[in-house]
Design a protein around this ligand. Sequence first.
Ligand SMILES: CC(C)(COP(=O)(O)OP(=O)(O)OC[C@H]1O[C@@H](n2cnc3c(N)ncnc32)[C@H](O)[C@@H]1OP(=O)(O)O)[C@@H](O)C(=O)NCCC(=O)NCCS
Length: 275
Amino acid sequence: MKNRKDIFNGYILKEYRGVALFTLIFVSLLFLVFAIIFVGILIFNDSVDFPSRILLAVLSVICAVLWIVFPIAGILSVRSYPKHKRLAKFFFMNYVFVKIPEIRIGGLSDARILAELGAQTFWETFAHCNTESDMRYYLDNTFTTERLTQELETQNSTFYIAEIDGRPAAYMKLNTANAQTEKNREGWVEIQRLYVLASYARMHIGSALMIKALEYAASINADGVWLGVWEFNEKAKAFYTKFGFSFNGSHEFILGQDRQRDLIMEKTDLSDYRN
Ligand SMILES: CC(C)(COP(=O)(O)OP(=O)(O)OC[C@H]1O[C@@H](n2cnc3c(N)ncnc32)[C@H](O)[C@@H]1OP(=O)(O)O)[C@@H](O)C(=O)NCCC(=O)NCCS
C-alpha cells in the first residue's frame, strides 16, 4: 500500500486530479485529430483505392463518435462512483472523488460526537445481520456520552476523528500498553475501532485513518499493529488485507446475547510508514 500513502500527500493528489482531467481532454482531442487526418486523406488524396476509402471513412466516423462519447462517458463514470468503481478507474476518474479528511485527536468535548458517530456507523455496518434487540442492547451500553467520556479519559487510548468540510465522517480508536483489549501485547498498537459513515465509504477516508495508525505505530517503534474483525465482515477484511494485515487467531466478541467470533489480524512490517 505504499502508493496509497502518496495519494494523501496533498500536491500529488492535486496532480492526480489534474491528470484525470488532462487524460480525458487529451484522449478525446486525439480522437478528433485522427478523425481530421482520416477525412483529410479521403478528400485530398485521390490515389487511395476504394476499399481503403471505405476503411478511412469508417475510421473517421468511429474517431468522431469517440471524440464526443469518451469525455461524456468519463464524466458519467464519476457519477456512478463508487458503485461502478472499475468504470471510473478506467477513465482515471476515481481520484476526482478521493476525499482528503482533516484528522484530529478527539478530546473530552468530543464525547457526544463520538457516541453518535459510533452508534450510527455500528448500526450501518451490523444492523442487517443481527437481531434488533442485540443491536439495541449493545448500542445503549456502548455508545453513550458517559461511556465515551470514560474511554477518552483512559490512559493509552486515543481517538482520531476524520472530518470532511468540518463534519465528522469517520473515527478510529487506538490502544497501546494496558489499554489494549488483549493481554500480552505489550509493545503493540491495537486498532480497536475504525468506522467510516456509509455515505463516505470507498473515498479513502478509512485509508487515511489507517495510514495515521501505521505511522503512529512506526513512530513509537511498535512491534506491530493488530485488530479484531468479525469473521463475516468481508469488506473490512478486504480493507485490512489490502494494507498487508494477515490473520493470526481469533477471540470472542459478545453482541447482546450473541457470542461472535472476531478474527485477529496483524501487521508487523511498518517500514513503509517510517518518516
Ligand atoms: C472498512 C472501511 C473502514 C474501509 O474504509 P473506506 O474509506 O470505505 O475504504 P477505502 O476507500 O480507504 O478503501 C481502501 C481499500 O480497501 C478495500 N476496500 C474498502 N472497502 C471495500 C469494500 N466494500 N469491498 C472490498 N474492498 C474494499 C479496497 O481494496 C480499497 O482499495 P480501492 O479503493 O483501491 O479498491 C469502511 O468501509 C467502514 O468503516 N466500514 C464499516 C465499518 C467496519 O466494518 N469497520 C471495521 C470494523 S473491524
